[in-house]
Design a protein around this ligand. Structure first.
Ligand code: IMP
Ligand code: MG
Length: 179
């Protein structure tokens, strides 16, 4: 066990590495079928989604281009409801299929903001959303989720890219974090 107080509050595994990987392979098949031969731009909202993007893209059988944005609404465990653009896209996505890759959707505010931002300023052909974890109980805005991994209850989780104060992204399983 690592020597920081945060690691003592780490709870049980709710989704194992094996289940995550199995689900991601299924999602990749679904996405590849959906876009058939067309090219898609995968947009990853940093930092929580970097592992999901990495594994998911490795199983896709369609041509892909990747770019990263950083919008944030979280500090610690509570949603602030405020969004900041921390890093913008580098590539031109106008007229292209865009697939947003998200680690988790909680209130929905971050993804809603990202979709509106891309539609208003970047003019893609279409935008779909792929999310690994959906926490529907705290939803404040309706977001269209086209590809979904797991639905979870209202608990704070870490691991597989998801953090608590920047810790735990390295874990291969998704675990409960006990505040
Ligand atoms: P939303 O705007 O409330 O949907 O929040 C989405 C963002 O909050 C995600 O991209 C995560 O970074 C963060 N988040 C929400 N719930 C959790 C959680 O249980 N663990 C870690 N991060 C979370
Ligand atoms: Mg995050």
């Amino acid at each position: 066990m690592k020597h920081t107080i945060y690691y003592k509050k780490l709870g049980k595994i709710i989704i194992s590495q094996k289940r995550i990987q199995r689900k991601i392979k299924d999602l990749a098949r679904e996405i590849s079928d959906h876009y058939s031969e067309s090219e898609v731009v995968l947009i990853c909202n940093l930092k929580g989604s970097f592992r999901f993007l990495s594994d998911l893209s490795s199983y896709l059988t369609i041509p892909t281009i990747m770019d990263f944005v950083a919008f944030s609404s979280y500090d610690g465990v509570k949603s602030e409801g405020k969004i900041r653009i921390v890093k913008d896209l580098k590539i031109d996505i106008s007229g292209r299929h865009v697939l947003i890759i998200e680690d988790i959707i909680d209130t929905g505010i971050t993804v809603d903001y990202l979709i509106k931002y891309l539609e208003d300023f970047k003019k893609p052909k279409d935008i779909q959303v792929c999310v690994l974890l959906d926490k529907p109980s705290k939803r404040k805005v309706v977001v269209p989720i086209h590809f979904k991994g797991f639905e979870i209850e209202d608990i704070f989780v870490v691991g597989y890219g998801l953090d608590y104060k920047e810790y735990f992204r390295e874990l291969n399983d998704i675990r409960v974090y006990n505040e």
